[in-house]
Design a protein around this ligand. Structure first.
Ligand code: C2E
Ligand code: CA
Ligand code: CA
Length: 571
């Protein structure tokens, strides 16, 4: 019985190739081979299949064994390599061995070839076994045998790395210390085999209730720990804890036993509950202890105040879902006044939530929740539609036409069909596109400048206006400003606030005005509250002012009255 052998032969002579093959067959191999005589051809066949050995002629017209060795090394291949040569050259032989060749065989003495190959293949086998064994040992040092989860050591390593990264990104980390309730009773009554099965089952369910970036580890016994990386609020940790408790609820079935288990969870948050791995774990453990005291089957955050805050946000999230169905949202409108003519030329629509218990809730309280839960898509579409309907109604009621500005959040901006949605709404509400303005913040625009450009061009080509909101708060890159097809810059209110007292803020505001005008953009100053601010801005050629000085954001009908009164004054 001959052994199949995949041989790559590097040789320019067909005759010599046949001699090689004959030698291999005689030695008990069944060669499956390809012959190449150039580097290019060699690269092609190398990727085509896995080769057991390479046999190369020492010297060919356009290629050589040494060049072939170089090529292998460059591409990271490790294939046993044999050189056959017509004559002996000890220096070359030594050089070839140093370059990674296994042996150097004379053409007229090919009987040496097969034993050399056999010896080398045996060694390859031994090396492979050894590295497999090493990998196993390595795995056992870092993973738990029973569940195949990372063990305590690995977890601590990962936590340490995550701590270093998170510190830089100013995000939070969540650590959930999870412990099965009454595991000992289960083992005492049903035995270790069932106990092990249960631990494996629990590990599976835990893993299934986590997301990709999260780490689940077994600390030992019936203790597990979860690392939530890069979270931005406590309630994400709480939400995961709740999901984990729910995941464990359905009974487990092992050998006719139906097992109902629960668990308790202690949660710590970095940086609030500790700065290093040990402190965070210790505090998570003591939160876990409190969860057990509370009657098990629940979770506790280490800092009690955090508990309350997280619950509050969760409650808000739940009522936010209902709010969309119950139509609890409304828009307030704030006028934008032309600083020269003192007429209202635009209106910014600002979202409000009429909460049944909490009263009027402002966007700062709920926009981020709406973003995280995905509700923003629906809500944002409602805002655009309502603003367009209202604007059309004002035009029909005989008010001079004004632009209505609508704010977009980051997630809305990433919606693939945003341009189509806006187009559809304009069509349905029959509003001329030039009376709609979309406001995006500088930060959102800069997240992905190329994408921003495409999207804004889509909006512009329809005739919709675009304003860059909160300008000056950070990311501004002037070169982008030139590239983005925008109509309006809104100076952030933080600069307007101290305009008349802080020379730095005044300098920034002036620079923005000059810059915007050089790019033929209109400038809106936000948060104008005093006469002094207004005068200053007018003197420095700011185009439009928006703020409490002229009017608070108002519901539609008081705003309409305000504009009508104002019109009479202006005329
Ligand atoms: P923004 O776009 O910068 O809106 C201006 C904010 O300044 C509004 O707060 C407005 O009420 C407030 N404001 C107006 N005049 C003055 C003033 O003279 N002084 C001071 N101190 N504040 C003034 P509001 O309504 O609470 O909105 C906050 C933010 O929420 C908005 O900031 C906007 O980013 C976001 N937002 C509002 N409505 C929506 C919406 O429909 N969708 C989205 N995605 N975000 C919205
Ligand atoms: Ca705005
Ligand atoms: Ca703003």
């Amino acid at each position: 019985m001959s052994t199949p052998l995949h041989v790559l032969i590097i040789e320019d002579s067909e005759e010599d190739t046949q001699l090689l093959l004959r030698a291999l067959k005689k030695g008990g191999y069944e060669p499956v081979y390809e012959r190449v005589d150039s580097g290019a051809a060699m690269e092609v066949v190398l990727v085509r299949q896995k080769w057991d050995v390479i046999i190369a002629d020492h010297n060919m017209p356009h290629f050589s064994a040494m060049k072939a060795l170089d090529l292998l090394k460059e591409n990271g291949y490790e294939i046993p390599f044999f050189i056959v040569s017509g004559g002996i050259d000890e220096n070359l032989a030594a050089e070839a061995m140093k370059a990674g060749a296994q042996d150097y065989v004379m053409k007229h003495n090919l009987t040496r070839l097969v034993p050399a190959i056999e010896r080398e293949l045996r060694e390859v086998e031994v090396r492979r076994d050894r590295s497999r064994a090493e990998a196993t040992v390595e795995h056992q040092a870092h993973y738990d045998l029973l569940t195949n989860l990372p063990n305590r050591t690995t977890f601590k390593d990962r936590l340490t790395v995550a701590l270093a990264q998170t510190g830089r990104n100013r995000k939070m980390l969540g650590i959930l210390f999870v412990d099965l309730d009454r595991f000992k009773t289960i083992v005492d009554t049903l035995g270790h085999t069932i106990g092990d099965k249960l631990l494996r089952g629990v590990a599976e369910r835990l893993r299934a209730s986590l997301e990709d970036g999260d780490t689940l580890a077994r600390m030992g016994g019936d203790e597990f720990v979860i690392l939530l990386s890069q979270i931005n609020r406590a309630d994400r940790a709480v939400r995961v804890a709740q999901r984990v408790l729910d995941a464990i609820k359905p009974p487990f079935h092992f050998d006719q036993h139906e097992l109902h288990v629960t668990m308790s969870i202690g949660i710590t948050l970095y940086p609030y509950d500790g700065e290093d791995a040990d402190t965070l774990l210790r505090n998570a453990d003591s939160a876990l202890y409190r969860a057990k005291e509370q009657g098990r089957n629940n979770y506790q955050l280490y800092t009690p105040a955090m508990n309350a805050r997280a619950f509050e946000r969760l409650a808000l999230e739940n009522s936010l879902r209902r709010a969309v169905e119950r139509k609890e949202f409304l828009l307030h409108y704030q006028p934008q006044v032309d600083m020269q003519t003192r007429t209202v030329m635009g209106i910014e629509a600002l979202l409000r939530w009429q909460h049944p218990d909490l009263g009027l809730v402002y966007p700062a309280e709920f926009i981020s929740i709406a973003e995280e839960t995905g509700l923003i898509t629906q809500l944002g579409e409602w805002v655009i539609r309502t603003a367009c309907v209202q604007n059309k109604a004002w035009q029909k009621a005989g008010l001079p036409p004004m632009t209505v500005a609508v704010n977009l959040s980051a997630r809305q901006f990433q919606q693939q069909d945003l341009v189509e949605t806006v187009a559809r709404i304009l069509k349905e509400t029959d509003l001329d596109p030039r009376w709609l303005e979309i406001e995006i913040t500088e930060g959102i625009a800069m997240q992905n400048a190329d994408y921003t450009n495409v999207l804004l061009r889509g909006l512009k080509s329809m005739g919709v206006k675009v304003a860059l909101d909160d300008f000056g708060t950070g990311y501004s890159s002037l070169s982008y400003l030139k590239k983005f097809p925008i109509d309006t810059l809104k100076i952030d209110q933080s600069f307007v606030r101290d305009l008349t007292t802080d020379p730095n803020d005044a300098a920034i505001a002036n620079a923005v005005i000059v810059l915007a005008h050089s790019l033929k953009l209109k400038v809106v100053a936000e948060g104008v509250e005093t006469r002094e601010q207004e005068t200053y801005l007018r003197e420095h050629h700011c185009d439009i002012s928006q703020g409490f000085l002229f009017s608070n954001p108002l519901a539609a009908s008081p705003l309409e009255s305000l504009i009508r009164r104002h019109l009479q004054k202006v005329v």
